[in-house]
Design a binder for this molecule. Structure first.
Ligand code: ZN
Length: 249
């Protein structure tokens, strides 16, 4: 999701594969996850790193499985507390090529990342309820649950913190990632929607939407969620979209 260039391989990369999809974890992934988690309780830092790792992996697996559904191989890179799902060229005659995807297929591939996170959160939430626990949540705009805490009849406060963090990260960052800001998933969706509706000028309109929505989320992040991180991130993304407008149009 964040910082959108793939970092080069290092000897310290962790490599494995899930359902045949290769995954590479850059050492800076762990470092940034550690920095993001280090403001809290010491005992919670490993939990936080585990939550970030699992959540981003599930998000990227959503993209990768959607690619596979359309016959496109891909691989996953986790780095800098974010992830990338990169289509893998397949050999094609004498060279290599990616499968040509339609705009609607690309929209579904973009939605599959946040969608996988929402499904996972729903599953975890259901398990908590089935086990006799409960989740307290703040309902943003009346329909987006932001989990505040989990009551469990077992496991104690560490397990409760782990489950609360899993639910929050998967729901909150899934929603944030759907903001129509390039290059987040919501931005890719809107670009495909706009370019289909208006092949001549759709790209420019989607970049303006990205500038305005990015600035709006930056302000909301600062004043509503009191998150300097959100404000800086979205301010930067809005500025990047503004710069691409200046360069291209
Ligand atoms: Zn994504």
């Amino acid at each position: 999701m964040f910082l959108f260039q793939e970092l080069p391989s290092t000897p310290y990369d962790l490599r494995f594969s899930i359902t045949g999809i290769p995954v590479r974890v850059h050492p800076l992934f762990w470092l940034v996850a550690l920095l993001l988690g280090s403001s809290g309780d010491l005992i919670l830092i490993p939990i936080w790193i585990l939550v970030i790792f699992v959540s981003i992996l599930i998000h990227e697996l959503g993209h990768a499985l959607a690619f596979r559904r359309y016959g496109q191989r891909s691989r996953i890179a986790l780095q800098l507390a974010g992830g990338l799902t990169i289509p893998e060229p397949v050999s094609w005659g004498s060279g290599y090529a990616n499968i040509g995807l339609t705009a609607n297929q690309q929209i579904l591939i973009s939605l599959a990342g946040p969608g996988a996170g929402f499904l996972f959160a729903a599953l975890v939430w259901a398990i908590v309820l089935v086990m006799g626990g409960s989740v307290s949540a703040f309902w943003l705009l009346g329909f987006i649950p932001l989990p505040l805490g989990v009551m469990l009849p077992f496991g104690g406060s560490i397990v409760a913190a782990l489950i609360t963090a899993l639910l929050s990260v998967n729901i909150f960052w899934g929603v944030i990632n759907l903001a129509p800001v390039y290059p987040l998933d919501g931005g890719s969706v809107m670009r495909n929607v706009f370019v289909q509706a208006d092949p001549v000028d759709g790209m420019r309109k989607s970049l303006w939407l990205s500038v305005i929505a990015g600035a709006a989320v930056a302000l909301a992040g600062f004043f509503v969620f009191r998150s300097l991180f959100m404000a800086l991130l979205f301010g930067l993304l809005a500025f990047q979209s503004y710069q691409s407008l200046q360069h291209r149009f």
